[in-house]
Every structure is written in C-alpha cells, then in structure tokens.
Design a protein around this ligand. Structure first.
Ligand code: JDQ
Length: 236
C-alpha cells in the first residue's frame, strides 16, 4: 500500500476535528492515510509556554519563535520512517495552491504541515529546513486573502490531496479522471440531474439525447465558455 502520512503542527490542533469525517475519515480508517496532530504549545519552554515574540525591526503583531517549531519538526522527522519529507509552511506569501501541486503532493510519502498564527513563523524555520537534503520545503498560499492562521489552509490542501490518492474515492482514480476528461485548467461543465423540468427550467436537450459523442462535445464547449468568461488561461 502507498499510505501517505501527515503530521500537522499547530497551537490549535482542535481545528483538525473535521478530518475524522467523510472521505478523509474513511481514508484514515482504511489505512490509506495516517494523520498525527501535534500541539506546538507542548514544545514551548518556560512556565508561560510562550510561542511568539515581538518582531525584529518593529511593526504590528507578534511573530512565532523558531525554537518550538524546530523542536516540533525535528521530533516529527525523527519519528518518521519516510526517506523524504515535504514540509509545507502555510503563508499568504507562498506559491498559490494549484491542482498540479495537489497532484505532486499526492505522490509524497510524508507531509508535515506547519500551521502558524499571529503574523506567521520566523523565516529562519523555512530557511533552515531548506538546507536539509531529505526535506522539501514549500511555502504555500491557498489564495490571495488573509486568514487568521494556517489551519484552515491545511484542511483545504489535505482535502485536495487526499481525494487524489488511489482508493480514496468510491470509483478507481482512472475512472474518476475519465468522468471529467477535461484539461486540468478548464473549469467543470454544468451538471444536471432529475427532474428534467424544475421550476420552469429545463435540462439542456442534448443531455437527454443519449448521443454520447454529442454530449461530450457540448460539455467541452460549455467548460471552455465558462473558462473564457472567468478570464482564465487555457492551453489552446
Ligand atoms: C498564517 C497572517 C497577517 C499572516 C498566520 C499564519 N492563503 C492564505 N491566507 N492566509 C494564510 C494563507 C495564512 C497562513 C498562515 C496566516 C495566514 N497568518 C495570519 C496575518 C500577515 C500574515
């Protein structure tokens, strides 16, 4: 079995409660994936268990200290049997999540998510782990808006990645791809189900025709029109 392991580090591990639900919960139960949560606070020193400090150079807010992150990540790496690790640091300044990145990550054996809070994590954490040959560091954003921390972004990435793992969806992955049969960058065509007439709105006639070649062409045309309308780039 390919079994992808995830280690999630956060001061709010309760954010990840939804991972026991639905598709991801079942993927865990069936052993296709393994998810371990870590409370960064457990790695904080002193009576106050502080994980943040004021920013060098001044400015608003607080920055997460590198020491607890170093202890947490070192421990996760030391406890892993994987030969290679992907360390994902969530940040609004990261490379934008794409389906291509999700696909790459679905082929990983071990993914560590560093979920910061406040104004983010001392940049040396990213720099340090980039120097290790068995770790690939990726700073990732899920979109151009500012969240309160990395936890929700991690849930988004995990959902995008885990559904790509063979055996996670009901249908085999090859069949799932076939059911879309569109280039990665093209948006989905509109979907319809019964009833054929609803509140005066009819399902497009072509979909009731039984002509599969015609339906396929119509769906591709619809998807392209939607893509155009969104102003998105296509390969053609
Ligand atoms: C963190 C914050 C002001 C960071 C702290 C850690 N796509 C995306 N949006 N926002 C994030 C990701 C994100 C990820 C991790 C985060 C936001 N914050 C809050 C606030 C400046 C920088």
């Amino acid at each position: 079995m390919s079994s992808l392991s995830f280690d999630l580090i956060s001061i709010f591990p309760d954010y990840f409660a939804p991972l026991k639900l639905s598709l991801i919960g079942k993927a865990q139960e069936s052993g296709l994936i393994d998810i371990t949560l870590h409370d960064l606070r457990d790695k904080a020193a002193g009576v106050h268990k502080s994980v943040d400090d004021t920013p060098y150079g001044g400015g608003a807010g607080m920055v997460m200290s590198p020491e607890p992150w170093g202890r947490a990540i070192d421990q996760v790496v030391a406890g892993s049997s994987a030969a290679h690790h992907d360390l994902i640091i969530l940040t609004p300044a990261g490379e934008k999540l794409t389906q291509k990145i999700a696909t790459e990550l679905s082929h990983s054996e071990h993914i560590i998510f560093a979920c910061g809070r406040y104004e983010g994590i001392d940049h040396r954490v990213s720099e340090y782990y980039q120097t290790l040959p068995n770790i690939r560091v990726r700073e990732i954003s899920i979109g151009d808006y500012v969240l309160g921390g990395g936890e929700v972004a991690t849930l988004v990435i995990m959902e995008a990645v885990i559904r790509l793992i063979p055996g996670v969806l009901g249908n085999p992955n090859s069949l799932v791809e076939e059911s879309h049969s569109l280039p990665d960058e093209i948006v989905e065509y509109p979907n319809y189900t019964k009833p054929a007439s609803w509140r005066g709105l009819e399902v497009p006639e072509v979909l009731l025709s039984g002509n599969h070649a015609l339906i396929k062409a119509w769906r591709l045309e619809q998807a392209k029109a939607r893509t155009q309308k969104l102003g998105r780039q296509t390969s053609e």
